[in-house]
Design a protein around this ligand. Structure first.
Ligand SMILES: [Ca+2]
Ligand SMILES: [Ca+2]
Ligand SMILES: [Ca+2]
Ligand SMILES: [Ca+2]
Length: 458
């Protein structure tokens, strides 16, 4: 989910350190190249690293080592210069205020950041659902993509990756022009529907129901208050996903729109939050059947992920803060093989590190398990092969037709990736659109007409 031009000079380079992070934009890649508000510069604090980590990386690969040492020199923050990388420093510090007892069970959703910016701050408080049939949502056209499955170089040193390309050739559904997309089961029928933000004015979201074969039906569009990005997940616990939009302007807040059986949404229920960037994810960490919201802090040190419990009313209640390494991408899923949801943060500047923070089920998270991955600007997670361990999906900057797939390994690491050669895209998101228990990959292709490509998991 990083949107189009969403990345503005995202990298100032690890050597100098000042990391301007445009990140999140990726998931929100906007088609029309509109200004994306989520490109907020972020200050990157130095990133300590312990011996074990260094060793792991060393054995992982020489290239990784080179990158790592390069990045660990001096980091400049907006407030000064810090030296860092002292061996033996505590690996991580997870400060979490235990919330409620946990028994993870079900993730309320797919994670994603959408972005849509209306010019005005119009409020449409009620659930006016207007049906706007897409110009052409007349089913899906199967297109064949070069199906080259390339095993790329191993950076993790681990085997047990995908033996073969886990994705099929894409099915294409044409939809209206949009900005930002995510997947979630709005109608509660077991497959993830497509939710997109409308382009231009008025601010609105459209829900395209999954038809079960990887295509989507006609949309139901609802005008909502002006927003900057959204994620989708079942916060209210009624079995239908809700839309959690990041309100435009001040104060920092999210506005929750309840998903309705007819594919419209009603609301909002507004919750003011700590200042946060558009990195958001929804998943039920405490197992009470209601999705909970994870956000980051917008700047500030140390970087933290903040957890808000979802309440039946649709309101959100802050429960814990977890200190993490600098990151630009945030996701929540099952990664280490136990019953508790884990937090995933990832930094897309060199050395590209993905950290899995094992959840304890009470809102606290243990020390990070890290994997170095290839260059990427978009990232999402889901269980592509249905083995219970969530896998990692990224783009390959400079090779916009490639989808990089890292199989999740027990313990929270990721195997060496395989590449699916698809069609050029601006954004990607992951979710199970045909309800077979395996997550699928949906991209927003470049060019026109506006459409989505669905790569079903085999
Ligand atoms: Ca559905
Ligand atoms: Ca919950
Ligand atoms: Ca898996
Ligand atoms: Ca599937």
């Amino acid at each position: 989910m990083e949107k189009i031009g969403a990345r503005i000079g995202a990298r100032i380079g690890a050597r100098i350190g000042a990391k301007v992070d445009a990140n999140i934009g990726a998931k929100i890649a906007m088609a029309a190249g509109l200004p994306t508000p989520e490109d907020e510069p972020r200050t990157a604090p130095a990133r300590p690293r312990d011996r074990a980590t260094a060793r792991r990386r060393l054995t992982a690969s020489l290239a990784a080592l080179a990158l790592a040492s390069c990045a660990e020199l001096v980091i400049t923050t907006s407030t000064g210069i810090e030296t860092e990388g002292s061996p033996g420093a505590p690996a991580t510090d997870s400060t979490g205020t235990p919330g409620t007892p946990a028994t993870a069970s079900d993730v309320g959703t797919s994670e994603g950041t959408g972005s849509a910016t209306g010019d005005a701050d119009t409020d449409t408080g009620d659930s006016s659902s207007t049906s706007a049939g897409p110009m052409t949502s007349d089913g899906a056209t199967t297109t064949s993509a070069p199906d080259t499955n390339t095993d790329t170089t191993d950076t993790t040193g681990g085997g047990d990756g995908f033996d073969t390309d886990p994705l099929d050739d894409p099915l294409t559904t044409e939809i209206f022009t949009f900005e930002g997309m995510d997947l979630g089961d709005i109608d509660g029928d077991g497959d993830a529907d497509l939710i997109v933000g409308g382009a231009g004015f008025p601010p609105r979201v459209s829900v395209y129901p999954a038809l079960g074969d990887g295509s989507f039906g006609a949309a139901v569009t609802t005008e909502i208050a002006s927003f900057e990005g959204f994620v989708v997940g079942d916060v209210t616990g009624d079995g239908r996903a809700d839309i959690i939009a990041r309100g435009a302007g001040f104060p920092p807040r999210v506005e929750l729109y309840r998903g309705l059986a007819g594919l419209g949404v009603s609301g909002p229920v507004t919750t003011e939050l700590n200042n946060f960037s558009p990195a958001m994810a929804v998943a039920d960490y405490d197992g009470d059947g209601r999705g909970d919201l994870f956000t980051d802090t917008d700047g500030g040190f140390p970087p933290r992920v903040i957890t808000y419990r979802g309440l039946m009313t649709g309101a959100l209640q802050k429960t814990s803060e977890t200190e993490v390494w600098t990151f630009a991408h945030l996701a929540v899923g099952w990664h280490d093989g136990d019953a508790h949801l884990d937090l995933l943060t990832a930094d897309d500047t060199p050395p590209q590190i993905v950290n899995v923070w094992p959840g304890a089920g009470d809102g606290s998270f243990g020390a990070a398990v890290e994997t170095q991955v290839f260059n990427f600007s978009m990232l999402d997670t889901g269980d592509l092969d249905g083995d219970g361990l969530w896998d990692l999906v990224t783009d390959v900057p400079g090779n916009e037709w490639r989808i990089q797939l890292y199989r999740g390994l027990p313990g929270g690491q990721f195997a060496a990736p395989v590449v699916h050669e698809g069609f050029s895209f601006l954004a990607l998101t992951v979710g199970d659109v045909n309800g077979d228990g395996k997550a699928d990959v949906v991209t927003q292709p470049t060019g026109s007409p506006p459409r989505v490509d669905v790569y079903l998991s085999k």
